[in-house]
Design a protein around this ligand. Sequence first.
Ligand code: SF4
Length: 242
Amino acid sequence: MTNLHHISRGNSKTECFSFDLPARDTCPGMTKECGPKCYAATLMRIYPAVATKYARNLKLANSPEFVEYMIANIPADCQFRIHVSGDFKDADYVHKWIQICRYRPDVTFYAYTRSWQLPEIWKAIRALHSFSNVNVNLSVDDETGKPRVYNAKAYRWCYLTHNDSAPDWMRADDIIFRSNYSGHKRRRKNAEKKQLDPDTVAPLIHKLVGVVCPLERGRDIPNFSCAKCRLCVDKPKVLQHV
Ligand code: SF4
């Protein structure tokens, strides 16, 4: 039985487990593009129990027990997202994850991070990503620009768009996330109610230089999840198109 005191079970969208920290406070690479629209920060504000859990997790992450606790409690053979909320807050913390991932080769770990912008943390992230069971995705936006750090081209870049445009420095196999996808989906549903063609009112968006996350193209996909998609989960060499 999984101990969910510190670890979180994903929803039907992700179907993975995660370890989460307080949003924004643990995000040294936060930008004006992601900070104000942070979904995790909104959840913390609406649900005090969520904020309490993430604060409790931060205490654990800063304690000497953290590595041992995670090695013992991450469920076997699962997909594990390092942070649905929060980010790699400092290099020491990344080194703790290096130890955890080394001792749990049965688990597939993945993460998104804007902390690549900080040189000390980036050095540690590169060591973490070098494990065959770990994939780190570089989160980018108009403020970070194209990642110009050592070996960034070997990583998948995940661009956050607010207006369904994407810069030409994104590559075909990178991923686009849309902060405006809920409104787009609503426009499609309203069109259907009025018996209009949703593809004319708000066409599905599959590609904007990079691949648009299938969950954010504008239509629900039954029984679909990150665990099935794996675009973000696996290292870029096994990138699939869906
Ligand atoms: S691209 Fe695939 S793996 Fe990544 S968030 Fe979207 S559904 Fe999940």
